[in-house]
Design a protein around this ligand. Structure first.
Ligand code: ADP
Length: 497
């Protein structure tokens, strides 16, 4: 009888469950949307009970699609949207407030205040992060300060905090286990990534009671058993990772210098920096990739706000393509962009430019530039923006990228992937299986269950992939990069009045 690993992929827009067989093949998928709540401009929330019910529904459905029972499942692994913050009543399980989603900007002013008070350096040294509303810490503080009675209950030990992984584990285990792991903890801005513990100084600064915090375990290990009321029996939960770290793990980026890029709505680049944290001089964040029994791996992370969403812009606003997939065929109708550049700085630019006032620009338009050139230039912009981040990662790490592993929706675009290889001058490798985040969750649980003994064993598992080899002279590459840099200068500071 075939056995399966259950991957819980608790994303931002949907809950998913994927069952992998022992060869790492996807055998069953179930997915449900999560309702997004926007109470005010800049505020983003979700209902925790919706996160939970859609997730457990997916687990049951994925099993029933295959006609299997809990006995056929070796272990459960969790990957999750990171930073999203949930506080709930320990006795009743009732959420204290909606989940405050990572995108929510409600605490931006308070983060500026922390910077003005001169705490940024201390926070960066301890947590690897720049004070920002994105991370959990100020979201927790907001709930405690704004929900009547919450702080008092928190101080008396009746309230628990968790990121989405931790909340799901608590629910799945019937309230028996309140535990997270190091990759998720490192995104809260409360966890000291060098000393590997919750940081008292920051907790005091933000006035967050320690009693609400979960235990922080290794990423592969014991997170209890799912309560038998959900899937008919007790299944061991043996691995948890934040989604981007899960994709890094699923891509087998186990060595220093290994790097992956996920081309989704935005793009997320993570580079493994080995067993010591590397602090960026270019505004990248330092994060824990995973914590295992015998080692903790760190990563540098850079995100690009607009990636696949630039293709959606071509589709929905310019209406020059019908589907995202069409962008490849349309771009291939021309040989190059005719020296036209699109800078999709719709919401500003991140690393290495850090200009929140930058806005999109199309430059180099001549009478001969047509829509195919613009489509091609938009696709190429994703590769240039990724290269910009990789360039600063290389500087921070003082090492060269050897290959780039890729995943996410837009990585299916062959033209984009070839251009990425060309403009980086390194091989770009795309696994045939694009569910790398869920695979990462399954693999970390396989490691936690003892199915694999170590990372070497995982690496040897045969993953089929496609590679794109650079095919551009250094001269042309340098010339294009120079043109791109010049194009970017036209987009900078645009929204500054
Ligand atoms: P997310 O997880 O952020 O929702 P996905 O990984 O599902 O994103 O990727 C979806 C994004 O990728 C969309 O923005 C879409 O426009 C883009 N995309 C999907 N397929 C292609 C393609 N073949 N070429 C270019 N962009 C694509």
């Amino acid at each position: 009888m075939e056995k399966y690993f259950m991957a819980i992929d608790a994303g931002t827009t949907s809950s998913r469950c994927i069952l992998f067989n022992e060869s790492g093949e996807v055998k069953s998928v179930s997915q449900r949307e999560i309702r997004q709540i926007f109470p005010r401009p800049g505020y983003v929330e979700q209902d925790p009970t919706d996160i939970w019910s859609t997730q457990v529904g997916c687990c049951v459905e994925a099993m029933s699609k295959l006609g299997i029972t809990w006995r056929d499942i070796i272990s459960i692994g969790v990957s999750n949207q990171r930073e999203t913050t949930i506080l709930w009543d320990k006795n009743t399980g009732e959420p204290v407030y909606n989940a405050i989603v990572w995108q929510c900007r409600r605490t931006a002013d308070y983060c500026d205040e922390l910077k003005r008070q001169g705490h940024a350096q201390m926070i960066k040294e301890k947590t690897g992060l720049v004070p920002d509303a994105y991370f959990s810490a100020t979201k927790i503080k907001w709930i405690l300060d704004n929900v009547p009675g919450a702080r008092k209950k928190a101080e008396s030990g009746d309230i628990l905090f968790g990121t989405v992984d931790c909340y799901l584990v608590w629910k799945l285990t019937g309230g028996r286990v309140h535990k997270t792991e190091k990759s998720n903890a490192s995104r809260t801005m409360l966890y000291n990534i060098k000393e590997l513990k919750w940081d008292d100084e920051i907790l005091e600064l933000l006035d967050i009671p320690r009693a609400i915090l979960p235990e922080v375990g290794t990423s592969a290990g014991d997170f209890g058993y799912s309560d038998k009321s959900y899937m008919g029996g007790e299944i061991p939960i043996t691995g948890v990772l934040g989604d981007q770290q899960a994709s890094l793990f699923g891509q087998n980026c186990f060595q220093k210098g290994d790097c992956k890029n996920t081309y989704g709505t935005g793009a997320f680049l993570l580079m493994n920096t080995g067993d010591t944290p590397v602090y960026s001089d270019h505004g990248l964040v330092t994060t824990i990739a995973w914590g295992l029994e015998d080692r903790v791996d760190y990563a540098l992370e850079g995100s690009i706000f607009v990636a696949g969403s630039a293709i959606q812009w071509l589709r929905d606003e310019l209406r020059i393509i019908d589907t995202s997939e069409d962008s490849e065929y349309m771009a291939s109708k021309v040989e190059d962009t005719n020296d036209c550049y699109v800078v999709p700085a719709f919401t500003g630019l991140g690393a290495p430019y850090w200009d929140q006032y930058a806005r999109g620009a199309i430059v180099g338009i001549t009478r001969g530039v047509n829509k195919y050139h613009i489509i091609r230039a938009t696709l190429e912009s994703m590769a240039y923006l990724s290269r910009d981040v990789i360039e600063v990662m290389e500087k921070d790490l003082n090492d060269k990228l050897h290959i780039l592993k890729v995943d996410g929706g837009a990585s299916n675009n062959n033209l984009l992937m070839q251009f990425q290889a060309d403009i980086l001058g390194v091989d770009v490798i795309r696994p045939n299986l694009t569910e790398t985040t869920a695979l990462g969750a399954a693999l970390i649980s396989a490691l936690g269950k003892g199915y694999y003994k170590n990372l070497e064993e995982i690496k040897q598992a045969d993953i089929k992939e496609v590679s794109f080899k650079p095919n551009m002279s250094d001269e042309i590459r340098m010339e294009k990069i120079e043109r791109w840099r010049k194009a970017v200068t036209y987009s900078l500071s645009w929204a500054k009045k």
